[in-house]
Design a protein around this ligand. Structure first.
Ligand SMILES: Cc1cc2nc3c(=O)[nH]c(=O)nc-3n(C[C@H](O)[C@H](O)[C@H](O)COP(=O)(O)OP(=O)(O)OC[C@H]3O[C@@H](n4cnc5c(N)ncnc54)[C@H](O)[C@@H]3O)c2cc1C
Length: 443
């Protein structure tokens, strides 16, 4: 007999920034139980370095933040979601300050942003600093329980409703910046319960991961003046162009390195220490980098309050797909997404219908890393994607189906056999269980 995880009100699966935020929102108005598979320090949230985007600077405005987000999203952003994200951003930063997060002085500028608007903490320890404070507030909250268990079936949970906040699926790829657990459990849980998924083919590759092991060299370093050099030591791209552009510029070269010699390195003590432990001297030599799978734009299809297509089931953060990022996520918009949509999902889940689910357990993740890297990496074509349809990983097969259906190149999705955007495909591929992906326009 499977053990049931009990909650009087809302069960939240996942303890990254989205799950912690949803738990606090639900607990303030009722009660919540937070279930997590891994230690609190093993999540994408904990690993996040750069910061959180918000129009809090004197010359900035949410409308400018929205315009940058829409430009990066290449015609695919859900405009209502972008408006909400950028308008709520300053208030959510205010919430974090009230909860005890101490942000560094000054705002950083990152690729694709027209203004300096990235708040950061501890140099490049923003995610960790935010997560630590949120965990402390959750632990001391009288209305939240915390349990540790990998959830593999929604019928294992008993509560009024469930918020999935299990993070993304970029760790399915062989080269990744993500911790191991980011394999898309939440998407499979939702799909098994009948929920629709969307935009699965859209996965962002970060341009500058350490070539040896995928350790992320944050965008903030390029914002601070670090340059990209080719094998001859020459600059070859605009370091602040959108990530997909920079990543493909690197992939087109035999090798690339990030030159940190001209920047204020002591602003990033933990990053520099990691590089030194890996055997590099950033004061003396450019650091070899190459792209790695970084952020899952696709996820469980939701509305702006985290509602999935299954009553009583909600999703927020990287496991969800509101359409806010379009076809390319703007740097530092994803922690923000966790704060904005995590809170909204936590509140909505308290008041919404109850979840009734007898879904069967999801499989453990099959090893599809090399095949995904080879066949659904930075540069894709029909032959590789068709091969991937035979993958043992159900999520890899869904990614392949979406990427085959998207016969164009847009944002993070680059097809060498369809190298330009097709205006007819400026819409989202939605995956209902057992059906072919269908195209939908979201407003
Ligand atoms: C190296 C790195 C740097 C980044 N830097 C930035 C940045 O500077 N700014 C920015 O905006 N974004 C950044 N991102 C992206 C951002 O960190 C993530 O999109 C965001 O943190 C996702 O948060 P989340 O709460 O949705 O999921 P996560 O933080 O990944 O948390 C997922 C949680 O779900 C739990 N879980 C998973 N499966 C199960 C299961 N089956 N049962 C129970 N629990 C489960 C895990 O244990 C974990 O607690 C970065 C990402 C990485 C990897």
């Amino acid at each position: 007999m499977r053990k049931k995880l009990h909650s009087p009100d809302v069960v939240i699966v996942g303890a990254g920034v989205a799950g912690l935020t949803a738990a606090l929102a639900a607990a303030d108005a009722g009660g919540a139980v937070l279930v997590r598979a891994t230690g609190i320090d093993s999540s994408n949230s904990w690993a996040a370095q750069g910061g959180v985007a918000a129009a809090v600077g004197p010359d900035d405005d949410p409308a400018l933040h929205a315009a940058d987000t829409l430009a990066a999203g290449r015609g695919l952003c859900r405009e209502s979601a972008v408006e909400l994200l950028t308008e709520e951003a300053p208030d959510r930063i205010g919430d974090l300050v009230r909860l005890g997060v101490e942000f560094d002085h000054g705002l950083a500028r990152e690729g694709g942003h027209s203004h300096s608007r990235v708040v950061h903490a501890g140099g490049a320890e923003t995610g960790r600093r935010i997560a630590e404070v949120l965990v402390a507030r959750v632990r001391e909250h009288p209305n939240v329980g915390i349990e540790r268990e990998r959830v593999d079936s929604l019928s294992q949970l008993s509560g009024h409703s469930v918020v999935l906040a299990t993070g993304g699926y970029a760790a399915l790829w062989q080269r990744t910046t993500n911790p191991r657990g980011a394999v898309g459990d939440g998407l499979l849980l939702a799909h098994a319960a009948g929920a629709e998924l969307a935009d699965l083919e859209l996965v962002q590759f970060h341009p500058t991961a350490l070539r040896d092991d995928g350790f992320l060299l944050s965008e903030a370093l390029r914002g601070a003046g670090a340059t990209l050099l080719d094998e001859d030591g020459e600059r070859f791209t605009d370091e602040l162009a959108p990530r997909d552009v920079v990543a493909r510029a690197i992939a087109a070269r035999q090798s690339a390195s990030l030159d940190l010699r001209g920047i204020e390195r002591d602003r990033y003590p933990s990053l520099m220490a990691t590089l030194e432990r890996a055997g590099y001297d950033p004061a003396d030599e450019p650091i070899p980098v190459s792209p790695a799978a970084h952020y899952a734009i696709g996820g469980v299809a939701t509305d702006l309050d985290g509602r999935t297509t299954v009553p009583g089931l909600y999703a927020a953060g990287e496991c969800a797909c509101t359409g806010v990022h379009g076809a390319n996520r703007l740097a530092s918009n994803s922690l923000l997404e966790c704060l904005v949509f995590g809170r909204r999902a936590g509140v909505a889940a308290l008041d919404g219908p109850a979840l009734v689910s007898d879904a069967s357990p999801i499989p453990g993740s099959a090893d599809a890393g090399a095949a995904l890297w080879e066949d659904a990496g930075l540069i894709r074509n029909a032959a590789g994607l068709t091969r991937l349809l035979d993958s043992p990983s159900p999520l890899a097969r869904l990614v392949a189906r979406g990427a085959l259906a998207r016969t164009e190149s847009r944002g993070v999705h680059f097809r060498e056999d369809y190298p330009v955007e097709d205006p007819a495909l400026a819409a989202h591929f939605v995956f209902a269980p057992g059906a072919e992906p269908r195209l939908e326009r979201w407003s």
